[in-house]
Design a protein around this ligand. Sequence first.
Ligand SMILES: C[S@@+](CC[C@H](N)C(=O)[O-])C[C@H]1O[C@@H](n2cnc3c(N)ncnc32)[C@H](O)[C@@H]1O
Length: 217
Amino acid sequence: MKSLVPPGVYAPQEDTALLAGALLEEPVPRGADVLDVGTGSGALAVAAARRGSRVTAVDVSWRAVCATRLNALRAGVPVRVRHGNLFDPVRGRMFDLILANPPYVPAPAGRGLPRGPARAWDAGDDGRLVLDRICREAPALLRPGGVLLLVQSALSDPELTLGGLRTAGMKAAVTRRRRIAFGPVLRDREPWLRQRGLLPAAENEEELVVVRAELPV
Ligand SMILES: C[S@@+](CC[C@H](N)C(=O)[O-])C[C@H]1O[C@@H](n2cnc3c(N)ncnc32)[C@H](O)[C@@H]1O
């Protein structure tokens, strides 16, 4: 059954599909505690719940929270959905798996803090506004042996993600890559990205990567 995506909520796209593929490959035991942070329409949360995981989904957008509640109901799976900023609603809880498709598109500084639907993709001058917080804060929410699966663009420096997670004691690697055509946001921002040196002159596609990081047992 296709997810309902109300206006203003991020419709599942190539990044969602890339992360969903990584989730399918992950050996998650039934009953595992899974967190989907930045859940949008809840596509990944519902996919995890269908595999028998106990899923909590968080989003800063009330519309996304409502959409995820509705989509979980329609799919007939239990998903605990919380409104809030990143990990704030789940402080004190521990997870076996964290899924994250956060905002990761570099945005000109003049735009200020991301607002409205752009909160789903805009992530500051270097695209790392939320990624850096995930690298710093996610490891403390994982049980020993726990895994973080995260998708981002090559434009927002996956090496920094790997470095941050390794510094936090995790074993981290890029496990999936997919090249895609520029969407409307990148097409609109292309001259600025090139001027800023984030997009080489010869590059006409965006590369998405999945980072998998595991905490030692
Ligand atoms: C790229 S969308 C991904 C949606 C969905 N997980 C998917 O893969 O289709 C990013 C989502 O993160 C949410 N988000 C952005 N900043 C957030 C924050 N600080 N805390 C929680 N959610 C946030 C946005 O509202 C949006 O729903």
